[in-house]
Ligand binder design. Structure first.
Ligand code: XMP
Length: 528
């Protein structure tokens, strides 16, 4: 295991991902983690970047014990400065904040060799810089292993210990050889074996689930039709078969025919026990007249919990009846399955700098508060791409494995005005055409998320010889690595033309289609 200590950089989770992509298990912990309380011995440690300066009064600092553990350490950006600062180097403010590409010249020793960190990667590489401070005086016993035009100490190494510092960010895709640099560190310098694969994970996790649930305990869990809940459900089914029961709540703001499709795929094709509850009337009546996005989220989140709990209670009663009558020996419902992923775990453990809530995304977080069920989270160590790989191994169809994310509050946050059945229908039809055409054009997998938005404004149009006065659809498509930032997708014009013409022809109530060309930031992915 590689331990990554997080000082609050927005890129920390990417360091973890890159290690995992190299098939090395890596865990992120806050920089405040003390070594004596660590329950494993890492084979190497990476110190992340940070929005702080090392000399800020409230700057976060690492437990100095890390430097006596005897394992290799790589400091990235602030991590370099933190290491140098601990070893009596000097850090100072740059004249100008450096943000963007730079060319790293790899230094050669007297005998012409380069440092182990850069071996085999060439004499020069493009790297990405993002920092306001830099090392201005080397700590004793360190030497330079790479420099850029503006940063003479862009990469440094200890003379005798395996301690490295780099000013650039190897974890971002703007540093094309960055992943190889991380690879040199974790595989060659730390000597980690590349063992972390989903094939290994599957066997171990199924065994763990069986052990945790015991021979009788039953598990229930919500499914949405998304990748995470489907993979989690199928994994549970592999582990404990019919003792797992999935519940899907139709909240009336799902995509076109979604409940039916999920039923076919999960139940008929994959054999998972599933109940679909149609609660659309209740959801839509509670949403009546509501425009405020956060209220929409709250109503949907709370109603979901009500419905799910009621359904769980029914299943529990049934399980008890069966047990009492001796009809089944499957036991009581003891566990609740959640498809929590590692980014959610990171979100809750990472070191927080100043940050504000933009939207409340996690709308089922309250589920456990009143339920006496214990939580089981088989995906909690995994990143999204690992979940996709796991899904493929579990024979989940490719179109589902690659599916774009869909928010819990569904179409309610894509209908900008009040949510009604009619508005839902219009948006479902438009969205369906949009996605269909994207798939036909072979573009679906190049886009991270695409959807239609129904605007609450009317515009004038003409159809035949008649004036129309109808609503407007906005199309959104973004490319993003982690949805923290996103770029709008550049469509070929003929695809947009086809989509627009089909929507205005086939969807009654729409006479105009627009394409959203805003990136995040300053916009967000969803409009609400
Ligand atoms: P934003 O709009 O914040 O979206 O840029 C980033 C990602 O989060 C999804 N999203 C949500 N997911 N409940 C969810 O489960 C929500 O309330 C919610 N709001 C946004 C959004 O679809 C995108 O993938």
């Amino acid at each position: 295991t590689i331990l990554i200590l997080d000082f609050g950089s927005q890129y920390s989770h990417l360091i973890t991902r890159r290690c995992r992509e190299l098939n090395v298990y890596a865990e992120l912990m806050p920089c405040t983690q003390t070594i004596k309380d660590l329950n494993f011995k890492p084979k190497g440690i990476i110190l992340s970047g940070s929005p702080y300066s090392v000399y800020d009064a409230d700057a976060p600092h690492v437990d100095p014990e890390v430097f006596s553990l005897g394992v290799p350490i790589l400091g990235i950006c602030y991590g370099l400065q933190e290491m140098a600062w601990n070893m009596k180097g000097k850090v100072s403010k740059c004249d100008h904040r450096e943000y963007g590409f730079a060319q790293l010249q790899v230094s050669k020793s007297g005998s012409g060799s380069v440092d182990a960190l850069f071996e085999g990667l060439g004499d020069e590489m493009q790297v990405w810089m993002s920092h306001g401070d830099q090392l201005s005086e080397m700590p004793p016993e360190f030497h330079i292993i790479g420099r850029t035009q503006t940063a003479p100490y862009a990469a440094i190494a200890h003379d005798s210990k395996p301690f490295y510092g780099i000013q650039f960010h190897p974890e971002v895709t703007h540093s094309p050889l960055g992943k190889q640099v991380i690879g040199r560190f974790v595989l060659n310098i730390c000597g980690c074996a590349a063992h972390w694969t989903m094939e290994e994970f599957i066997g171990k996790e199924i065994a763990r689930i069986r052990q945790v649930c015991g021979p009788k305990g039953r598990v229930i869990g919500a499914v949405s039709g998304g990748v995470d809940s489907t993979v989690a459900a199928k994994l549970m089914h592999e582990a404990i078969g019919d003792r797992f029961h999935a519940i899907m709540v139709d909240n009336g703001v799902l995509r076109l025919n979604e409940a039916k499709q999920v039923h076919e795929m999960l139940n008929k094709d994959l054999g998972v026990n599933l109940t679909v509850v149609d609660a659309s009337d209740l959801f839509l009546s509670r949403l009546e007249g509501v425009e405020d996005p956060e209220r929409k989220r709250k109503i949907i989140g709370n109603t979901f919990i009500n419905i799910f709990e009621a359904e769980a209670a029914k299943l529990e009663e049934q399980a008890e009846r069966e047990e009492a009558s001796g009809a089944s020996s499957k036991g009581k419902i003891e566990w609740l399955l959640q498809g929590t992923l590692y980014p959610d775990v990171i979100e809750s453990i990472s070191f927080k700098g100043p940050s504000a809530t933009i939207k409340t995304h996690h709308n089922v977080g309250g589920l456990l508060k009143d339920m006496r069920l214990k939580l089981i989270e088989p995906l909690r160590e995994l990143f999204k791409d690992e979940v996709r790989a796991l899904g493929r191994l579990l024979s989940i169809p490719e179109h589902l494995v690659q599916r774009h994310p869909f928010p819990g509050p569904g179409l309610a946050i894509r209908i900008l005005g009040p949510v009604t059945r009619d508005q839902v229908k219009i948006l479902q039809l438009a969205d369906n055409i949009y996605i269909e055409e994207i798939r036909k054009a072979g573009l679906y997998n190049q886009i991270s998320q695409a959807f239609a938005v129904l605007l609450p404004v009317k515009a004038v149009g003409v159809m035949g010889d008649k004036r129309t006065y109808e609503q407007v659809i906005a199309l959104r498509a973004v490319q993003s690595e982690d949805f923290m930032t996103a770029d709008w997708f550049f469509f070929p014009a003929d695809v947009l033309r086809r989509i627009s013409s089909r929507i205005t022809n086939e969807v009654e109530g729409i006479n105009r289609v627009t394409y959203d060309i805003s990136s995040k930031p300053p916009a967000t992915v969803e409009w609400l």
